[in-house]
Design a protein around this ligand. Sequence first.
Ligand code: 2PG
Ligand code: MG
Length: 398
Amino acid sequence: MDKISNVRGRKILNSRGIPTIEVEVEAKGVRGRASIPEGKSVGKYEAVSLPPEEAIENIREKIAPAIIGKEANFKEIDRELIKMDGTENKSNLGANTILGISLACARVQAKLEKKSLFDFLSQFFSSESEDKKEIDLTVLMNIVNGGMHAFGGPDIQEYHIVIKGENLEESIFLGAEIYREMRKFFKGNIGDEGGLVPRFNDNQFPLEAISRVIAEKQVRKKVRLGLDVAASQLFDGEKYKLGQALLSPQALLEFYLRLSKKFDIVYLEDPFCEDDYNSFTILKEKIEGCLIVGDDLTVTHFEKTKKAIEEEAISGIVVKPNQVGTLSEVIDIINFAQKKGIKVIISHRSGETNDSFIADLAVACGAWGIKTGAPARGEEVAKYNRLLEIYYEKKSQD
Ligand code: 2PG
Ligand code: MG
C-alpha cells in the first residue's frame, strides 16, 4: 500500500501575475506536484475556485488530516474530497484546491508505477487510441487575441489556426512558423494567451491576415481556421455586441454562416451565450464542415454535456479540468462524450502556469484536439514542449 505521507499547498504566480496554488502530495518518498490555472471568461456554471490563501488553509486544516495515511489513489481521494466538500459546485473546499490534490496524486501514482504520466492516464480511457503508437491530435493555436483576453482588439476572443500536419511535430512547428509570420500584420501587443492583438476592433481582419499567411505558405490542406467567440461575454441578455452592431441571435447566426463561407472556418466555440442551446442546435444543423463546440455551454459538467448532446447542440466539447475540479470527473466526461461521437478538445485557461498536465491528458485520452494558446510564452510553450517530448518518447518506442 502506497500511503500518502504528506500534502502541502503553496502560493505561486500565474501568467497574469496573479497568485494561484501549487499542491504537492507525497507517498513512499515520491512527490507529485500540480499547479492550477485560472480563467477570465469564466462560465457562470463552472465549479468555484477559492482565493489561494483559503485553498491552502483548507489543505492544511481539513484535507491533510483526512487523507494522510490513505492510499495514494486519485479516484479514491477524489471521491472522499467530493464528499467532504458536500456542495454541487465545490465552493466549500474549492475546485482549485481539490483539483490540485487530484492531479498531484495522479502524478505520484504514475511515478510509483514508473510510468510516464500520459501512459499512466491512458488506462482510464476507453477510446481505442490507447493502443495507437501515433498521436492523432489536432493543434489549436490561438494566435490572435481579443475580447476579455486583450486590451483593445476585436470582440471575438480567440482566433485559432487549426493544424493537422503529417504528425504532431510538424503541426506544432508549422503553427509556430505561421504565428511568427503573423507578426508582420500585428506589431506590438500580445494578449493573455500570447496571441497578437490588433490595435483596432475589426472582427474580420485577423481572419483575412491569417488566411493570407496560409495561402502564401501554401499550407491550406494542413492549416484551417477556428474561433472561440466566447459569446456569453458579448451578450446583454437580448443582443450580441459585435463591433458597432447589436445583433439578435438570428442575425449572429447569419453572420457565422457568411463568415464560414468566406473563410475556411472549421471550428466554432461558444458561438452563442451559455444558456442558448437552441441557437447552437440551429447553427450546427445549418453550417457545413465546421465543428460547433461547447465551452461555457458545457463547462466540463456531466449533466450539461449530456443535455447539449441530447439537444444536438454540439459536435465537440472543450474540457478544462478546473471547470469541474477532479480528474475522475474529467475522465468520466471524456469517456462519455467520446462514446457519443463528440470530439474532445483539452484546453488550458487564460491565466496559466508551467504545469503541462493537459498535454499528457490530451494524448492519453486520444483527444481530437488540444487548445493551449500561442507558442509565445513560457506557460504555453511548456505544453507544446511536453507534447513534443511525448511525441519523441513514443517514437523512440517504435
Ligand atoms: C476559453 C478560455 C481558454 P478562459 O474561453 O476557452 O482559452 O479562456 O480561460 O479565460 O476562460
Ligand atoms: Mg472558450
